[in-house]
Design a protein around this ligand. Structure first.
Ligand code: ADP
Ligand code: MG
Length: 258
């Protein structure tokens, strides 16, 4: 994020070249203008936290980055690949970008281990044994290796979300998108999921996290983005964002949630 980098040289120095660029991105659902000239640059290793009122376009914006949604105007470039209607590019993007949703979207009829190995085996053609080793590595990383042979329904919400994160990581993405990963969880389970995300952030994963967990944001964010009514209203370093938001809309929003 060039603006934030200019005000936070200590942070900027560890960030690499831009890996995601959204330039004047516009999207409509029918008549409804859901994204209005959205601009966002994310550098390799940057941790971006996106917040804003419900319905402001946060999910739509990040879903455009892995082409779960299509934009109609403007440019989105992910690791040098421009997102167009070209299917070949879309597959390349999906390899690059992992996504974790509010609803964990695990397959209920498959065990945890099977959930983690399904795509590597069938999409990536990874040999089963290797896929299982990778899966166990990431289950260890999210600290639930003992749940490998259970079914999602036998796990708590926090454990299921950690499985969902591990499942994404098994595809070895360079970028992780999180869309309110803790907002469907009971309060006592929020921390165990945020801890996993902090761990990933500390290892230098490039991340965009839509979340209203502002403690998390203060801990890990290099850059804060505030969206309202389809617009990026404010992009700034967290120190500045929380202490002296530039926009009245940001101030009002922070006043409601903090
Ligand atoms: P946020 O994640 O910030 O809550 P969303 O990106 O989910 O916001 O939605 C932005 C707006 O677009 C909302 O008004 C929502 O109702 C609308 N919207 C989202 N998905 C669709 C869709 N598939 N069709 C029509 N409108 C949609
Ligand atoms: Mg949303």
């Amino acid at each position: 994020m060039s603006e934030a980098a200019a005000t936070a040289p200590a942070t900027a120095s560890k960030l690499g070249a831009p890996i995601i660029e959204m330039r004047d991105v516009n999207k409509w659902y029918g008549e409804f203008h859901v994204l209005r000239n959205v601009n966002l640059t994310v550098r390799k290793g940057e941790r971006v936290v996106v917040c804003g009122p419900s319905g402001s376009g946060k999910s739509t914006a990040i879903r455009c980055i892995n082409r779960l949604e299509e934009h109609q105007k403007g440019q989105i470039i992910v690791d040098g690949i421009e997102l167009t209607a070209n299917l070949k590019n879309i597959e390349a993007i999906r390899r690059e970008v992992g996504m974790v949703f509010q609803q964990f979207n695990l397959f209920p009829h498959l065990t945890v281990l099977e959930n983690l190995t399904l795509a590597p085996i069938w999409v990536r053609k990874v040999p089963k044994k290797e896929a299982e080793e990778t899966a166990m590595y990431y289950l260890n990383r999210v600290r639930i290796p003992e749940q490998a042979n259970k079914y999602p329904g036998q796990l708590s919400g926090g454990q299921q979300q950690r499985v969902a994160i591990a499942r994404s990581l098994c595809m070895k993405p360079n970028i992780m998108l999180f869309d309110e990963p803790t907002s469907a969880l009971d309060p006592e389970m929020v921390k165990e999921v945020l801890d996993v995300m902090v761990g990933l952030a500390n290892e230098g994963m490039t991340m965009i996290c839509v979340t209203h967990e502002m403690g998390f944001a203060r801990t890990v964010a290099d850059t804060m983005v505030f969206m309202d009514r389809g617009e990026v209203v404010e992009t700034s370093a967290p120190q500045e964002f929380f202490a002296q938001p530039k926009s009245e809309r940001t101030r009002a929003f922070l006043g409601q949630i903090l």
